[in-house]
Ligand binder design. Structure first.
Ligand code: 4AZ
Length: 592
């Protein structure tokens, strides 16, 4: 690690060089980030931004349908609209995902009598007050208006008479419906309906009984038609083509129906929570026991956080949302990025420091070639090491040794294990002159069995599946045996805390490729990677204390110069490449 003392002069130079334009720069940068994000046309199926449902998996950034057999086996039978029973809710949802049309009808096996039905009470077939007849209930009931949110609006369009455009949702406008007085006077109770947004039928939402507050208190719906809302200067265009008012974007409410109005936000309006990934979620999802932000920040600092409670009477239907959560908990869990370390490391860092415990860096490896550690590497599970392409050559495969649990290579510690390289895969688009795609995989031989690697003191770092897991200014850790201050040789593992730096083209015009590279450093340059650290880890830890290999040390102009931060290969960009070579199940922490 390069450790350079801060010269006041240099700091002043830096401050005068960068700071005056910082405020306007920051908001301009934010606007640019937002515009770039919107151009990617993310929706509720974009697993770079949101988690997939348990009946889906993430393939190349999109949630696609699982096959029913890929669902967890345990669960209870459910009945579908085609009159058939299915062994589990997940299996039915995966089938529905593959062949839309067949929908959930009720929990339990199909029975001849008792059907869930929805209709509109009104004089046209495109708008009216919502009537529901639940399974096992004799009469039709109305839905309380207060519980009627977008998620339910899109669902009401489903009965065949009312299909207009399901993907575009329903129009949210105030209407007075022609409605006979005596009917509403007779209904003193209404159904409170709770939907999450993944449902395709109102039958999947949870119904409870509430007291109705008269005519105004019942839910009505007006179906969306092609020309219902024309674009204006104030409109936000959803990915599905619908136009909504700009004021409804980034408010936690899925007004578009495809969530595209909530996925590229720099702030959130109203009663909603901003995930670090730039997604607005309803405030009720904060601290609800389920992680909704891919960055995990909605389920931290929950002590003393009391979600709004509502007086509710009888629950009338099965809670399919609870069933969805249960299915999620049954999916295989990958163990990565969590340390066994008992040594609480202090957050504060003054410079590159020596590592004292191998448990603090259980993913760090050293690549030894000839007479010294030439590069770093990162253990990502199985027999696989991630490193920089410029560190290795396929022709030299049998000369490389992978040293794990190593602290100091001239004073070896007991835990060290040395493995041999079996295979080297260099990214096919690695460009040695521009350092683009500077990433490679080393497969270790394993001992005594080939392809079985037992590394008792090592833990894999998680491989990030989305470029939105960490953001500029997040603090991450770089480590390695590279050159130190004044290019002196270093024998012991050193580490230091650096910030992720956005918009790095300003430091490296025409040399920095944003999608593939990540800059990191400190304002004064005092902590930086240097020669010999290459191939080693830049790791970032999320809100839930899970550590990801965010970067691989790649290049930089000199070391420890604030105007030239360290450049890392942005690992999130290579998730598909890595999983293609090592196998999806080895590195897919979520969305499998
Ligand atoms: C190198 O030569 C190198 N300051 C690695 C990282 C950096 C510079 C040089 C970043 O391997």
């Amino acid at each position: 690690m390069k450790l350079v003392r801060v010269f006041l002069l240099l700091l002043c130079f830096y401050l005068s060089f960068c700071k005056p334009t910082l405020t306007s720069d920051t908001s301009q940068e934010e606007d640019l980030v937002e515009a770039k994000c919107l151009a990617k046309k993310y929706t509720h199926l974009s697993c770079n931004k949101v988690f997939c449902q348990p009946w889906q998996k993430c393939v190349e950034g999109t949630c696609v349908c699982k096959l029913p057999y890929q669902c967890p086996k345990n669960g209870t039978a459910v009945c579908a609209t085609n009159g058939r029973s299915y062994p589990t809710y997940c299996q039915l949802k995966s089938l529905e995902c593959l062949h839309p049309g067949t929908k959930f009808l009720n929990n339990g096996i199909c029975k001849a009598e008792g059907k869930f039905s929805v209709s509109l009470y009104g004089n046209t077939n495109s708008e009216g007050i919502v009537e529901v007849k639940l399974v096992d209930q004799d009469t039709k009931m109305f839905i309380c208006e207060s519980s009627w949110s977008w998620t339910c609006k899109v669902l009401i369009i489903l009965p065949s008479r009312f299909i207009y455009s399901i993907s575009r949702g329903a129009l949210d406008i105030q209407r007075r419906f022609t409605f006979p007085e005596e009917t509403y006077l007779n209904s003193t109770e209404c159904l409170h309906v709770h939907c999450r947004g993944y449902e395709t039928s109102l039958a999947e939402c949870t119904f409870t009984k509430r007291r109705a507050k008269g005519y105004q208190g019942l839910a009505g719906v007006v179906c969306y038609t092609e020309n219902a809302e024309l674009p204006t200067d104030e409109s936000f265009q959803c990915v599905n083509g619908k136009y909504i008012s700009q004021t409804k974007a980034c408010d936690g409410v899925n007004d578009c129906g495809d969530q595209s109005d909530e996925l590229c936000c720099k702030g959130c309006r109203g009663d909603s929570f901003l995930c670090k990934s730039g997604v607005c979620i309803p405030s009720q999802y904060k601290c609800n026991g389920e992680v909704d932000c891919i960055t995990g920040d909605d389920e931290v600092n929950c002590e003393g956080f009391a979600p709004a409670t509502q007086e509710e009477t009888e629950i009338l239907t099965a809670d399919m949302n609870a069933e969805r959560k249960r299915i999620k908990s049954l999916l295989p869990k990958l163990s990565c990025g969590v340390k066994n370390s008992v040594h609480a490391r202090r957050k504060r860092v003054v410079g590159g420091r020596p590592a004292h415990h191998v448990e603090d860096f259980p993913w760090q490896v050293g690549i030894k070639e000839a007479d010294g550690i030439s590069c770093g590497g990162i253990y990502i599970g199985g027999c696989w090491i991630l490193t920089a392409a410029h560190c290795v050559r396929v022709s030299k495969t049998h000369r490389y040794q992978i040293w794990t649990s190593l602290l100091d290579w001239i004073r070896p510690n007991r835990e060290i294990k040395v493995e041999l390289a079996n295979r080297i895969i260099i990214h096919e688009k690695y460009n040695a002159s521009t350092y683009q795609n500077d990433i490679a995989l080393i497969e270790m031989k394993g001992y005594p069995n080939p392809k079985v690697c037992k590394l008792p003191k090592s833990t894999p770092a998680c491989v990030p599946w989305s470029p939105y897991l960490f953001q500029p200014n997040d603090r991450c850790i770089v480590s390695g045996w590279g050159r130190g201050k004044d290019k002196q040789k270093v024998f012991s593992l050193k580490w230091g805390e650096v910030n992720l730096i956005g918009n790095c083209s300003k430091f490296y015009p025409n040399r920095f490729y944003e999608k593939e590279m990540q800059c990191a450093g400190t304002a004064d340059g005092s902590i930086d990677a240097c020669k010999g650290d290459s191939g080693g880890p830049l790791v970032c830890t999320d809100a839930n204390n899970v550590t990801y290999v965010w970067g691989v040390v790649s290049w930089g102009e000199n070391c420890g110069k604030p105007e030239f931060p360290g450049v890392y290969t942005k690992v999130a960009n290579y998730f598909d490449w890595i999983s293609y070579h090592v196998g999806r199940s080895l590195i897919s922490q979520y969305n499998i």
